[in-house]
Design a binder for this molecule. Structure first.
Ligand SMILES: *Cc1c(COP(=O)(O)O)cnc(C)c1O
Length: 466
């Protein structure tokens, strides 16, 4: 064994203690550190010939890189839709590395059974029935991609071809219909050989809405003349967290032939709150469902789930048959279900957090975040220099500076907030207007944090050109 490696082996417990000390400093100081650290990356160095050992690497990391890391796990990082990591989830994540299980197959370990138990808990959390089979993936983009891959195989079944063997070309042009799809849907269509241009935008409801007009969707399906299609319904749009009427869309199946995929990346968590659960009514009727876990479940990156009623088709697409891996069985190993083959025990942080806090603990996070979004929305509505662009429906506040909402002004406002170190918000375009979003999905965020975010916004606003 290399000498440095042998020394590290001898010092392994002390080393983990040092890493733990650094992590403890990090998580305890999170609320006081700058939320964003724009433009602070050190120059890249060359690969060292001789190593410095793990303690040396830890010291170099703390000195060179840690100071430039954002406080994205903290309470005032409201960019994109960003979750933190609950204490239990972080503990689960550490242990994932320590045990280093490969959950591709079940032969040698109970780890895959733990993953199945967690999938059962998640199914229950989101109100999905037993017919939905699940699998862990890295994020909602991959979850959407897997869902659409199963949809593509289903289209083949309807048209009498086997896409996983004959290729996407055997389908001819594919129609994917959606009201306000997330950008990852077009990306998935590109990956799957369906083509980004085959995404057909269906008009949304009038009046500040991002939910699809179900009547117009029915018309668009009618116009296909009986050709089977894919409908992507959206349960929580990123700008204003609007929800398609999932029940009404599912009811269209009585007259139209389509696969229903629901992107519930973070909106699926509305199911935890009795006051908002109706927004996810009909989710169980979907053929495939995407939910992110590194957003509103507050587990560390990277984790999401995908569910489908047609695991048989999923296996057709993703099976990895080889003499050494064996053929998929009734209860297929995970390597036959998603793009990954070998992978980490991605369920463990979710398992820890769900067991530690239960449905009620996670419900409290969701409801608190919704209340805080509303609080910020009210403050913004009452701030002369700012204009709310849509009602705060759930956990995102979408707003813009009063007066000229040019791209430059909006981006300058976002940059000024980030430079303050007090908060982090990300720009968007909503209904043709440049805007900012504040998305609440972190378990730590409090009322005081929300007020600090508003104060930072007001100060940043004062730095803008009129
Ligand atoms: C965040 C998000 C995605 C993409 O999720 P990743 O985890 O970043 O891949 C897809 N759809 C919706 C609605 C989202 O909010």
């Amino acid at each position: 064994m290399h000498l440095t490696l042998a020394e590290d082996l001898a010092r392994f417990p002390a080393l983990l203690q040092s890493a733990r000390d650094l992590a403890v400093r990090e998580v305890s100081g999170l609320a006081d550190r700058p939320v964003a650290r724009p433009g602070r990356a050190p120059d890249a160095e060359r690969l060292p010939a001789g190593g410095v050992g793990a303690e040396g690497a830890l010291a170099r990391f703390a000195e060179r890189w840690a100071p430039g890391f954002s406080g994205s796990a903290g309470p005032r990082y409201l960019g994109f839709v960003t979750g933190g990591a609950t204490p239990a989830a972080l503990a689960g994540d550490w242990l994932t590395g320590a045990y280093d299980q490969n959950v591709s197959g079940a032969g040698d370990s109970s780890a895959t059974a733990l993953e199945r138990e967690t999938l059962g808990w998640l199914r229950e959390l989101f109100g999905l029935g037993d017919e939905h089979a699940g699998a862990f993936v890295t994020g909602a983009t991959v979850s959407n991609t897997v869902g659409l891959a199963v949809a593509r195989e289903w289209l083949g079944e309807r048209l009498g071809v086997c896409v996983s063997r004959e290729g996407t070309a055997a389908l001819g042009p594919v129609d994917v219909l959606s009201g306000s799809p997330h950008s990852s849907i077009a990306k998935a269509m590109s990956v799957l050989g369906i083509g980004r241009d085959r995404l057909r935008r269906v008009p949304v409801l009038a009046g500040n809405r991002e939910a699809v007009d179900v009547g117009r969707l029915a018309e668009a399906l009618d116009a296909l003349g009986g050709r089977p299609a894919v409908v992507v319904a959206n349960a929580g749009t990123v700008n204003t967290v609007d929800f398609d009427d999932l029940r009404a869309i599912a009811a269209l199946k009585e007259r139209h032939d389509f696969w229903l995929h629901v992107d519930a990346a973070f909106g699926g968590f509305a199911a935890l709150s009795p006051a908002h659960a109706h927004l996810t009514d009909g989710l169980d009727a979907a053929d495939s469902v995407c939910v992110d876990l590194h957003k509103w479940l507050n587990v560390p990156y990277d984790a999401a789930v995908q569910f489908t009623r047609r695991q048989d088709l999923q296996v057709r697409v993703f099976h990895n048959a080889s003499p050494y891996l064996g053929l998929p069985t009734e209860d297929p190993d995970f390597l036959h279900l998603t793009p990954e083959n070998s992978r980490r025990l991605r369920a463990l942080p979710s398992w820890f957090s769900l067991l530690a806090y239960g449905r009620e603990g996670h419900r409290e996070i969701v409801e608190r975040n919704i209340g805080l979004a509303r609080r910020l929305g009210e403050r913004i509505a009452a701030t002369p220099g700012l204009r709310l662009l849509a009602p705060v429906r759930l956990n995102v506040v979408c707003f813009t500076p009063a007066g000229d909402a040019t791209r430059e002004r909006v981006h300058a406002l976002a940059a000024a907030v980030a430079a303050s170190g007090e908060a982090f918000l990300t720009p968007t375009v909503y209904d043709g207007t440049h805007a900012l979003r504040a998305a609440f999905s972190n378990w730590r965020t409090s009322e005081a944090d929300t007020d600090l975010v508003h104060d930072a916004l007001v100060r940043a606003l004062a730095t803008l050109e009129p």
